[in-house]
Design a protein around this ligand. Structure first.
Ligand SMILES: C[S@@+](CC[C@H](N)C(=O)[O-])C[C@H]1O[C@@H](n2cnc3c(N)ncnc32)[C@H](O)[C@@H]1O
Length: 282
């Protein structure tokens, strides 16, 4: 049964930096405001070269999506998607196949409003305004049901979103609810902020984000490993992102300045999947 906790709808707040637009600013996109650009500049002054960490996350997303496409995955649920601009999931998929579907989910109202027109000409992708902390509101939404067939394997992405979920919202239980709702053959992709190897940098970043609409909650790598539950974590295992199947010639964590993002890809095996008809949204 899917957890039905309902967090209050997030309100629009353009007076404080928002994670979606900070990320967009670091990626060089055009969907951010002065408040995010000056925030990004201040972080850069304190943590020179930190922009590479944001780029590293995006490169990880690309590599994992290419990996799942090569394994036959054709439908994706991207939780905490941000604005689909630079190197987004459907752009990656488009380069490989015309046969795919992507549902983006974000709880930040302006991010969703900016995304709608960007996706208007793309029938294979849509965005849902919902809170990933409420699995039923995501999995049972008409947008999800229309675009995705949850009785077939799905690539579920939770990249750089769970570190915005506080412990009080039980992130481990939350991810378990999503894992339970997926059928065998589905995949879970996670990236998450950690201070295990670089506690000072993680603390500095967390202190900065305390003034935004999206406070950060870095976690130990041993905790992040638990997010995969009983899914089979695929080689090379959960790692610092730069070490996850790096492109030839690309830097690995051995040469990176910051070691802040950790994650991997796991697959649901066996016949324990719960058909979507049995998800209880009541
Ligand atoms: C750093 S961006 C990550 C974008 C994308 N997932 C990636 O890895 O490239 C994090 C996004 O998560 C969204 N977010 C944060 N908390 C969320 C929640 N509880 N439900 C849905 N989205 C959330 C933010 O609005 C933001 O757009």
């Amino acid at each position: 049964m899917v957890d039905t906790r309902t967090p209050p709808a997030r309100q629009m707040d353009i007076t404080r930096p928002a994670a979606a637009r900070i990320y967009d600013a670091f990626l060089g996109g055009g969907h951010n405001f002065g408040v995010e650009r000056s925030f990004a500049e201040r972080i850069e002054q304190e943590l020179p070269g930190i922009g590479a960490v944001y780029q590293e996350n995006r490169a990880f997303l690309r590599r994992t999506v290419e990996f799942l496409l090569a394994r036959g995955v054709r439908q994706f649920l991207d939780l905490g998607s941000g604005t689909p601009t630079i190197g987004h999931l459907h752009e990656v998929a488009c380069r490989r196949t015309r046969d795919f579907r992507v549902l983006y989910v974000d709880n930040e109202p302006l991010t969703v409003a900016h995304s709608k027109p960007l996706l208007a000409g793309e029938p294979r992708a849509d965005i849902l305004r919902a809170d990933c902390r409420d699995p039923a509101s995501v999995l049972l939404a008409p947008e999800t049901q229309d675009l995705l067939d949850l009785n077939e394997p799905v690539g579920l992405l939770m990249t750089s979103v769970l570190h915005f979920v506080p412990d009080s919202d039980d992130p481990l239980g939350l991810v378990e609810a999503y894992r339970d709702a997926l059928v065998p053959g589905s995949y879970l992709v996670v990236s998450h902020l950690t201070g295990t190897r670089a506690p000072d940098a993680a603390r500095t970043l967390t202190d900065f984000y305390a003034e935004t609409s999206d406070p950060l909650h870095p976690r130990e790598t041993s905790w992040i490993d638990k997010l995969f539950g009983d899914f089979e974590v695929l080689p090379p295992g959960a790692t610092y992102l730069a070490d996850w199947r790096p492109d030839p010639g690309q830097p690995t964590s051995a040469t990176n300045r910051y070691h802040l993002l950790y994650g991997g890809v796991a697959r649901k095996s066996g016949d324990t999947g719960i058909p979507v008809q049995s998800i209880n949204g009541g």
